[in-house]
Design a protein around this ligand. Sequence first.
Ligand code: FES
Length: 246
Amino acid sequence: MTRALALSSGTIAALVVMGVVDLFAIVFGLSFVRGRRAQRAAEAGPGITLPGGPAAKPAPRPVSRREFFRRSLVSSLLVFGAQFGGATIAFLWPNLKGGFGSIINAGKLSDIKSFIDSNSQPFYYGAGRFYIVPWNGHPSGNVNYVTEGVTTQGIMPLYQRCVHLGCRVPFCQQSQWFECPCHGSKYNYAGEYQLGPAPRGLDRFKVTVTDAGDVMVDTSQILLGPPRGTNTIDEPPQGPFCVAPG
Ligand code: FES
């Protein structure tokens, strides 16, 4: 990874802001100096012709006050545009350096599985906004979604966002289901719809495991979760719910 890519988005934004402020100061200063110079030349009178010599250059047309303010306004608009562009780049920067929206290395497969087993909960990767759950279910009917690269070597990444209205869905340790605190939608350990107003199961991401054992989750594309009625693991709640059914 290059040094530039290693910079944080905050640093990039700060550098861009400093740059545009400097640019504004330079443009503003130059306009002011040129205006003053032109005014002085106008006060000194027309150019003088020396005997035998070339005619002196006529003084440049003085910049009126209105012209000066108009140029200042244009400069301000340019600076604003540069700031807006810089802020946009800073906002999108995480996508270029391994954040949500890119292919993310979530860690070693063995470490992730060991975490899941010893904690009885999914592996959560906040920067990528996904959970990794164990999955050894059995697709039935036309649930081809599970064969489209969203699961490999017994794991599957789930997008943390509730498919109802977008709240983050936490995992309930008691029930071993995902339970949305906003309107009570519930999903089993495989992210499949069980209860509440959600229209389908949790969305997923594609996943691969490299030869070195790194789990690579592709968050650049959100794959729609399975339809209601899909249940590949047949696992009822293991205890009381964390969120009352909606
Ligand atoms: S946002 Fe999750 S149930 Fe409404």
